[in-house]
Design a protein around this ligand. Structure first.
Ligand code: TRP
Length: 380
């Protein structure tokens, strides 16, 4: 079956094609499968850390906030400390998928390096690198593009959603093809473990398809050593935190608490957080989302179970809830913030960490690109 012409392959191949698998990768059944598989991997990670290389990618579009921290960043150091080879990608080329300019990109990239180190990523053991600094990885996009169809790209639900969120911008070639670029991110470094939210599952499926198709088309004669590993999702289990206004937390809405903020700034923001007028504090995410959100945040910061915190506060009202949450957040983040402040003062060090990571990534990308060229008989 060919996948270079999807119309033809649909007409001649009634069996579910790889492309259909991609289109349905967010369906409920396949989501359940991804979650089950992710739990299996999680159980195996501490026992067999040598089996895994983890790659996480972050767009440097603003400063990292508590949503990022509890959503993913807090797992980086524990994964690294298990002995799993940990790679952190500052996805700077991805910043220009859905906006016109790069913004204060240099500051944001260094801020992300700083946050990574502050949460415990050890640059001696882990690799922090940026897209734009690893040409050999980017070059994989060319052969990879030949392995996907235009209709498949147009069908990617996450790309569609991102296009819709751009206020009427035209689809750029980069936005349409960025899942292929993301496949290059994952495949060049042979990562097989990718912590993601479920919105990223279509991209992971796309990466797996590209790996599979490449090996099918150009596979080495012995077939035993595929050029690429097959990446799998590590789906986060963190409860979703809302922004301080009760809406979706997002950098652009300004409803976040950033890792780099001071205790005072944190207190000021939390005091202004939206709540409701019921003095008796209860944990009821469905009908009292804002109050529940503060309880969740305090709980994540070590104040106990949300229901217990609510009981402790009782009829103390939103004021008491905020005081407790402010204390919990500031106490939890104090050591991270202290480390961060020290690191932030040393730009030369941050740059040296990033450059060492870029070099390491370049070595690995060059080796992968060599293998790709050899498989394609383009090694002259
Ligand atoms: N697309 C991801 C996001 O928007 C970021 C990302 C880029 C990524 N490259 C990656 C994630 C590789 C995992 C692996 O959040």
């Amino acid at each position: 079956m060919t996948h270079t012409d999807s119309t033809a392959s649909q007409a001649t191949a009634p069996a579910p094609s790889a492309e259909e698998a991609l289109a349905t990768s967010t369906s409920e059944a396949s989501l359940a499968r991804s979650i089950a598989r992710s739990r299996e991997i999680e159980a195996d990670m501490p026992a067999n850390p040598g089996r895994y290389r983890m790659l996480t990618g972050v767009r440097p579009t603003g400063n990292m906030h508590l949503g990022h921290y509890f959503g993913t960043m807090r797992t980086w150091a524990p994964i690294q400390d298990m002995g799993i080879d940990t790679w952190i990608l500052v996805a700077d080329y991805q910043v220009i998928t859905d906006r016109d300019g790069v913004g204060p990109i240099r500051e944001r990239v260094l801020s992300l390096v700083c946050d990574s180190l502050a949460v415990g990523v050890d640059p001696q053991r882990s690799t922090i690198f940026a897209h734009s600094a690893v040409p050999a990885a980017n070059q994989l996009v060319l052969p990879f593009l030949s392995l996907v169809t235009e209709s498949e790209l147009h069908r990617n639900p996450t790309v569609k959603a991102e296009l819709e969120a751009t206020d009427g911008r035209a689809m750029s070639g980069l936005l349409l093809t960025y899942p292929v670029h993301q496949a290059a991110d994952i495949l060049f470094c042979q990562a097989n473990l990718v912590p993601v939210g479920k919105d990223q599952l279509p991209h992971l499926e796309q990466a797996r398809l590209i790996a599979q198709r490449f090996d099918k088309r150009y596979g080495r004669a012995d077939k035993k050593r595929p050029v690429f590993r097959r990446p799998e999702a590590l789906l986060g289990q963190a409860p979703l935190l809302l922004g301080l206004d009760g809406e979706k937390m997002s950098k652009s809405r300004g409803n976040t608490i950033e890792l780099r903020m001071s205790a005072d700034e944190t207190a000021k923001l939390l005091k202004k957080a939206k709540t409701d007028s019921d003095r008796v504090i209860t944990y009821d995410p469905a009908s009292r989302p804002e109050v529940a959100n503060l309880l969740t945040l305090a709980s994540l910061c070590g104040a106990g179970e949300p229901e217990q915190i609510a009981e402790r506060i009782g009829d103390g009202g939103a004021g008491a809830l905020k005081t407790l949450t402010i204390e919990a957040v500031n106490e939890y983040f104090a050591p991270i913030r202290a480390r961060r402040a020290e690191l932030a003062a040393d730009e030369a060090y941050l740059l040296s960490v990033l450059r060492a990571g870029n070099e390491r990534a370049t070595q690995v990308a060059t080796a992968t690109l060599d293998a790709v060229r050899a498989a394609m008989h383009m090694d002259y």
